[in-house]
Design a protein around this ligand. Structure first.
Ligand code: SAM
Ligand code: F3S
Length: 445
């Protein structure tokens, strides 16, 4: 079959990761090559997200753009995957009959077989089941040559926060076997990866079975990853406050490869709202985790997720969120207005607050966190940061760009050979979205 594969991805890092896996898989099985425009493709896939957006509308308007292509050439294969596909299943084909394949986040590994069926004329295929571990077994290793690599260690979520669709669209939590995770990381390190990002919806729920019947938790996994030759930096995302064990806190004391930066979603600072959200912790418990972390890593930076305007959120509730932000001093956030998701318990709660007020609260929250982040960046000026150099600078091709441990982009002048290596860089200026620096002469080549 023709060679072009076009994938349109919406949503989170999990979806980005899944799209990367689809590319690697279809390259292997169907010799498909990524193209940057749908017009150049033989196979068009959409990897959808329904966490917040008016996802259905977005999906069908995108599909509307693909329809003329399919009409002009009926041999094109069009597939819809991801969380919207998981929720809507066969309904997608009722509204858009020209879609050939509907697959869920847990069946993307079956794509090659589905594409073959469609091209053989067997007809459209819908498979949004949750065959769990099969997905990990069937996917090829990541096709990464960069210095920073994502490794999926668990899938799904069993927390059932009252506002969230993920447990319904991605299924319950299940962990990838420890031996598979560690062997993938060995391979990545051999191919030059220096930073490993352990990925999952709640990575601290990780309980990876080993070949000899033991179970490895995230704290132990991190120690094993740190012992892999070549791995110098470890991150994980996302974790949940509920399972942030003392063992994991201790890991920060004992494993220097684990970065001094943690993304730990809190959602709200009001205990009443946290209970309505079914988060399973109170603000004081969240703060206690942060205190313990700072005891062992005084320089740790924290970022978080917030939902503003959850049904019934009063001004007092919102002020408690602002107070938590002052207490913790987050340096970055992913913050959004609550969006009622069909089929979730919170969608049935009365939601009377005016949208204008929700927007106002969101703007106040974001402004404050931006100020805190800028203050943190300003405090970094004059200091020396270890930067993992990832690419040429976007604005100036004569410069390189990399990331600090606390995930800030630094642009600085250096020879191209440094891409993929660590460099020690003195920070000279803090801009709104990046830092500038100069490489220390003593840095290794
Ligand atoms: N595992 C993470 C945690 O511990 O909370 C969250 C994963 S969730 C897919 C990513 C973020 O999307 C959440 O932290 C939340 O802030 C946001 N989110 C999820 N459902 C939402 C909704 N209905 N409205 C607004 N934001 C939502
Ligand atoms: Fe969603 Fe809560 Fe899980 S936000 S992904 S149900 S931890």
């Amino acid at each position: 079959m023709g060679k072009g594969l076009y994938i349109r991805t919406f949503g989170c890092q999990m979806n980005e990761y899944d799209s990367g896996k689809m590319l690697a898989l279809l390259k292997k099985t169907h010799d498909l090559e990524p193209v940057s425009a749908p017009e150049a493709a033989r196979v068009l896939l959409m990897n959808t997200c329904s966490v917040r957006e008016k996802a259905q509308e977005k999906l069908f308007s995108e599909l509307g753009r693909w329809r003329p292509l399919k009409e002009a050439d009926p041999t094109l294969v069009i597939g819809v995957g991801g969380c919207v596909a998981s929720q809507e299943g066969a309904l997608i084909r009722e509204r858009a009959p020209f879609v050939d394949i509907v697959f869920g986040p847990q069946t993307l590994h079956r794509l090659p077989a589905m594409i073959s069926e469609v091209t053989r004329g067997v007809g459209p295929v819908v498979d949004v089941s949750f065959p769990e571990i099969e997905k990990f077994d069937a996917l090829p290793p990541a096709d990464t040559r960069g210095p920073s690599a994502f490794v999926s260690i668990m899938e799904g979520c069993s927390k059932y926060c009252s506002f969230c669709v993920v447990p319904y669209t991605r299924g319950e939590e299940f962990s990838r076997p420890f031996d598979d995770v560690i062997s993938e990381i060995h391979d990545l390190a051999e191919r030059g990866a220096k930073e490993i990002v352990l990925l999952g919806q709640n990575v601290n729920a990780y309980r990876g079975p080993t070949h000899d019947g033991r179970v490895v938790d995230l704290a132990a996994l991190i120690r094993f990853v740190a012992a892999v030759d070549g791995v110098e930096r470890i991150r994980f995302t996302t974790s949940h406050p509920l399972e942030f064990s003392d063992r994991l806190v201790e890991t920060y004391a004992e494993v220097p490869e684990l970065v001094s930066h943690l993304h730990l979603p809190v959602q709200s600072g009001s205990d009443r709202i946290l209970a309505l959200m079914k988060r399973g912790y109170m603000a004081a418990e969240y703060k206690s985790i942060v205190r313990k972390l700072r005891r062992v890593r005084p320089d740790i930076d924290l970022s978080s997720d917030f939902i503003v305007g959850f049904p019934g959120e009063t001004q007092a509730d919102f002020e408690q969120t602002l107070a938590l932000i002052e207490d913790v001093g987050f340096d970055h956030s992913f913050s959004f207005i609550y969006s009622a998701r069909p089929g979730t318990p919170a969608a049935a709660l009365p939601d009377e607050l005016a949208l204008a007020e929700k927007k106002h609260r969101l703007a106040i929250l974001q402004r404050r966190i931006t100020e805190l982040g800028e203050a943190r960046s300003a405090a970094m000026v004059g200091g020396i940061e270890r930067v993992l150099v990832t690419e040429r600078s976007r604005k100036n091709a004569a410069e390189l760009a990399g990331r600090t441990a606390n995930n800030r982009v630094v642009n600085f002048a250096a020879p191209e050979q440094l891409i993929g290596q660590f460099a020690d860089v003195r920070i000279t200026a803090a801009l709104p979205n990046s830092l500038r620096g100069e490489r220390l002469a003593a840095s290794p080549p």
